[in-house]
Design a protein around this ligand. Structure first.
Ligand code: V4E
Length: 245
């Protein structure tokens, strides 16, 4: 990621056995495979995830994903399309992550939040050296200070595809993920830089989904849904009743 602030718009899909062939048929090119380990953190009473805020350490780098709109707001306008796609603000600069986490925790402790936005996008300039700053030095005392503990840990094998040229699919990426606890899922995603057009990303994702022949009538579970359902049923139940998952 170049910027520490962008919005990830994505749609998950169930991948069948010939998905790789289908992707190649519509002009997708495999840009590589990788394996990464994710560790997700929250307070023991789930202060962050119950607010749709996801703190993780991926291969030693910190990332925070925050819902930019609530699920209810997402249904206004174009119901079918919006519901299938999720939008999360991504923050990768460690001090911005810590700031945001503290802010969310304060909200969780009874402070009022802004009426229309779940998590307003904070407009801060990105320090040019953010990559270096994010690499943990082994000093993770901020986690203890904020009472954050690891609640999920898994490894993913990912095969990524993109589309060349300037066409409808430019900027669209398709990831095929296989988690080590035995779950596979596909994602069509577009990363939208801070302040740029989300609608165009939604249209591109929709177009790619159509070309892959995906029907939009089922809710597809992400890796985290399946992980929590299997290994942390209490946490899972709480997120379900809060309509986070
Ligand atoms: C669980 C969750 C989030 C954490 C990240 O989940 P996801 O994007 O599925 O992981 P991954 O590995 O594909 O991350 P990437 O490499 O793309 O950055 S962010 C939001 N949620 C909640 C959530 C939801 N509301 N709905 C669905 C279908 N999945 C997850």
């Amino acid at each position: 990621l170049q910027s520490t602030m962008s919005v990830e718009v994505e749609r998950k899909f169930v991948c069948d056995d010939d998905i790789q062939k289908q992707l190649e048929e519509i002009g997708a090119v495999c840009i590589g495979q990788k394996q990464f380990q994710d560790k997700y953190f929250d307070t023991p009473d789930f202060l962050l995830t119950l607010r749709d805020v996801w703190l993780r350490c991926r291969q030693g780098c910190w990332e925070l994903k925050c819902a930019t709109v609530t699920k209810a707001e997402d249904r206004v306008g174009e119901p079918q399309k919006a519901e299938l796609c999720s939008r999360y603000q991504e923050i990768t600069n460690l001090s911005q992550i810590q700031l945001k986490v503290r802010e969310v925790m304060k909200e969780g402790n009874g402070e009022k939040k802004t009426a229309n936005q779940t998590h307003p996008v904070v407009d801060q300039d990105t320090p040019k050296t953010e990559g270096a700053k994010n690499c943990p030095t082994g000093n993770e005392s901020w986690l203890m200070e904020l009472n954050l503990v690891c609640f999920a840990e898994f490894t993913t094998q990912r095969c990524s595809f993109t589309f060349g040229g300037e066409g409808d699919e430019s900027g669209v990426r398709v990831d095929l993920d296989q988690a080590d606890f035995g779950y596979c899922v596909g994602e069509i995603e577009v990363l939208v830089p801070k302040g740029e057009d989300i609608q165009s990303a939604l249209r591109k994702i929709e177009k790619t989904a159509q070309r892959l022949g995906l029907s939009g009538d089922q809710r597809v579970q992400g890796k985290m849904d399946v992980y929590l359902q299997r290994y942390c049923p209490e946490h899972y139940a709480k997120l379900l009743s809060a309509h986070i998952l």
